[in-house]
Ligand binder design. Structure first.
Ligand code: ZN
Length: 81
């Protein structure tokens, strides 16, 4: 009977360990994911070379290595002397 209790105790301890491990590992994964979702380069504000306005990098475009807030600005900048 003592051996049965010991096995049951070990099983219980193992179960608690697995639950705790699962809880902490899923929590860490969630934290890592939220770090990835954090505003990064796409949400970074960049100044348009033509109109000097700041716009999110993802919304504008890059023409010849220069950043513009819109296609219109890029065209106007190229046309300008
Ligand atoms: Zn612009």
């Amino acid at each position: 009977m003592l051996a049965f209790r010991l096995i049951l105790l070990l099983l219980l301890a193992y179960l608690v360990f697995v639950i705790l491990w699962f809880f902490f590992s899923s929590r860490t994964k969630r934290l890592n994911r939220s770090e990835e979702d954090r505003p990064n380069q796409e949400h970074e504000l960049v100044r348009c070379l033509h109109c000097q306005n700041y716009a999110p990098r993802a919304e504008g475009l890059i023409s010849r290595g220069r950043y513009f807030c819109s296609e219109r600005c890029a065209r106007l900048f190229v046309k300008a002397p």
